[in-house]
Design a protein around this ligand. Structure first.
Ligand SMILES: Nc1ncnc2c1ncn2[C@@H]1O[C@H](COP(=O)(O)OP(=O)(O)OP(=O)(O)O)[C@@H](O)[C@H]1O
Ligand SMILES: [Mg+2]
Length: 278
């Protein structure tokens, strides 16, 4: 039977020779609600290279969560292409999509998404895709150790602080050893001290284990702890810039909000490659 030949895909590399693990091209997403169409993304292209730590910023409704869902293969775009570690996501069937998601991606949400009546250790064992009972327990415990919760294995979410609950969620996200971590406002529900703890864990996972990390935040101070900031506005990328000297979590003093915003806007809106914003 005649089959159209698929063009072969070669992942682009950056100036340091790192491969693009996420490569989206002209992605759009339209939500249809009755007669109304909501254009949540309008042609977004983005390459994320191995080992990068990126934050995504932008006003409410600008499309950040929509983009994270697509990047996490939780949802398909309306049009455009998405290559995840060299694989064309559009070609995948639902079960293949679930499989690639389990193996390659760890997702952390703003609201923790933990099961109410389940102890920490069990929460982390649940998504595990290989290993028998003993092995699963061992790996889940190691993941909880890595986020500093080795002494809270039997605690229910209601017996943990917000920051600790989010750390359980991070342990759950890393237990399958994914190469990519996606976090949608993981510090959004936390006070600033717990937020810093959570940020510190992401920074360590990125720097020490090389996990490629994409982090949505409304907080310019947090964004300055990442290597690169992407700004979305009305479903398009309006700025994409490297952070000149990323801060180390817990070391830098938080400046006033006004000074912080000015700093991040100066460097990303005016210092980046894209200058459409005015
Ligand atoms: N499931 C959906 N059905 C219909 N419209 C949606 C859906 N999800 C998001 N939208 C719309 O798409 C646009 C982008 O929403 P999205 O959640 O991506 O924004 P966001 O940047 O994450 O905002 P926030 O900072 O408030 O979380 C909004 O106008 C929103 O109302
Ligand atoms: Mg959102």
């Amino acid at each position: 039977m005649f089959r159209r030949k698929q063009p072969t895909y070669t992942a682009p590399v950056d100036e340091r020779g790192r491969k693009a693990v996420i490569d989206i091209r002209e992605i759009s997403k339209v939500y249809t609600m009755g007669d109304i169409e909501v254009h949540a993304l309008r042609g977004v292209s983005l390459r994320v290279y191995e080992g990068e730590f990126i934050s995504i910023m932008g006003p409410s409704g600008s499309g950040k969560s929509t983009m994270m869902h697509i990047l996490g293969a939780l949802d398909q775009p309306t049009s455009g292409e998405y290559y995840l570690d060299g694989v064309n996501v559009a070609d995948l069937k639902d079960n293949e999509l679930a499989r690639i998601r389990n193996r390659k991606i760890g997702f952390v949400f703003q609201s923790f998404n933990l099961l109410k009546r389940t102890p920490a250790l069990r929460q982390v064992e649940l998504p595990m895709i290989y290993g028998g009972g003993g092995e699963r327990r061992k790996r889940a415990k190691a993941a909880l150790d890595a986020v500093g919760l080795g002494n809270r294995l039997d605690h229910l979410p209601s017996e943990l602080s917000g920051g600790q609950q989010q750390r359980v969620a991070i342990a759950r996200a890393i237990v399958n050893n994914p190469a990519i971590l996606l976090a949608d406002e993981p510090t959004g529900n936390l006070d600033s001290r717990s937020g810093t703890e959570v940020l510190k864990i992401f920074q360590e996972l990125n720097r020490e284990q090389g996990k490629t990390t994409i982090f949505v935040t409304h907080d310019a101070f947090i964004a300055r702890h990442t290597d690169r900031v992407i700004m979305l506005r009305d479903g398009v990328v309006v700025a994409d810039a490297k952070v000149p000297q990323p801060l180390i979590a817990g070391e830098a003093e938080r400046p006033s909000e006004a000074a912080e915003l000015e700093e991040i806007f100066k460097s990303t809106y005016y210092g980046g490659e894209k200058k459409e914003y005015n």
